[in-house]
Design a binder for this molecule. Structure first.
Ligand code: CP
Ligand code: NVA
Length: 328
């Protein structure tokens, strides 16, 4: 249930945002492309309102289950704190102490958990697995990171960009590094928001072609562009946001050294920042390897919004939980 604090005036825009949020009740978030452009804007607006204390949401009695098969600090803690702040609860369904880790079928786990909890946030390897949970569960399933996507991260990232520049449409975000899960969700979510997304990567580490085509078609509808280039300077030139992530994602640890060689010359550093828009901000989803994909100076420097971005995981996920569980 939403408890709306008195607002100065209820504009037509806020009524349409409320309608967009209402459409999300009971839905899954498996991919950034599960949301429409209007729904994505509405979630960012709700996140911002919650952050500024303009709105209160009551999810008392609601329970979110976490099934994480990979390590996590930010996602695990921000979901837990988000539910706590909204009056709900979290249960950590740690695979090592539940039957999940012993191989109980997803079809059974999803149907049983649907009788106990109100939503599931799942972090795993294959996208197919979260899709399967969503197929069998009768409650919302949230992708808390797969090898293919990280949609919750992208919401926090664009909230951070919106806070820095006010309007998102027409901005350029340059992602420099591995064409991975984080890059994929940035491409799709950015496309929906009318942000030009430029991915710079070595040719062997390009984003998934299906995601690229999808992002391009979503971007075209918003008058934006999604590009892939193989030169770091061309990637960042004139951009308003520079973003990078680890070169070896979870599950690819054995490729770490080979990737460090393949990515030589791709460190997001002061030289690349000098090629960007003078107002450019620096983003990283964290955790980061300083001196590899990003220089220590950039993370700690004046353009960095990395820790605001991490905080925004909390606000974006409060908005997401409110929409999926609360209704408007
Ligand atoms: N950015 C992010 O998802 O961090 P965690 O792996 O710590 O959750
Ligand atoms: N691409 C990274 C993101 C971690 C938040 C990984 O999947 O490990």
């Amino acid at each position: 249930m939403f408890v709306v604090a008195p607002m100065p005036s209820a504009s037509a825009q806020s009524a349409s945002a409320a309608a967009c949020l209402g459409e999300l009740r009971g839905r899954d978030l498996l991919s950034s492309a599960d949301l429409s452009a209007d729904q994505t804007h509405a979630l960012l607006g709700l996140a911002s309102a919650l952050k500024q204390g303009q709105l209160r949401v009551d999810l008392s009695g609601k329970v979110l289950g976490l099934i994480f098969l990979k390590a996590s600090t930010r996602t695990r803690v921000s979901f837990s704190v988000a539910m706590g702040r909204l009056g709900g609860q979290v249960i950590d369904l740690d695979p090592s102490v539940t039957q999940v880790g012993r191989g109980e079928p997803v079809a059974d786990t999803a149907r049983v958990l649907s009788r106990f909890v109100d939503a599931l946030a799942i972090r795993t390897f294959e996208q197919r697995e979260v899709d399967e949970y969503a197929h069998w569960a009768s409650i919302p399933v949230i992708n808390a990171l797969t090898d293919l996507e990280h949609p919750c991260q992208a919401l926090a990232d664009y909230l951070t960009l919106q806070e820095a520049f006010g309007e998102l449409e027409g901005l350029t975000l340059s992602y420099v590094g591995d064409g991975n899960n984080v890059a994929h969700s940035l491409m799709l979510c950015g496309a929906l928001l009318g942000v030009n997304v430029r991915v710079g990567c070595p040719p062997d580490f390009a984003p998934d072609d299906g995601i690229l085509q999808r992002a391009r078609s979503l971007a075209a509808a918003q008058g934006a562009r999604v590009e892939v280039v193989h030169d770091p300077v061309a990637a960042v030139r004139g951009a308003q946001a520079l973003y990078t992530d680890v070169w070896a994602s979870m599950g690819k640890e054995e490729e770490k050294e080979a990737r460090e060689q393949a990515f030589a010359g791709w460190c997001l550093n002061e030289d690349l920042l000098a090629e960007a828009d003078p107002r450019a901000i620096v983003l990283h989803c964290l955790p980061a390897y300083r001196g590899l994909e990003i220089s220590a100076g950039l993370i700690e420097g004046g353009a960095s919004r990395v820790f605001d971005q991490a905080e925004n995981r909390l606000h974006a996920q409060q908005a997401l939980l409110a929409a999926l569980l609360g209704g408007v």
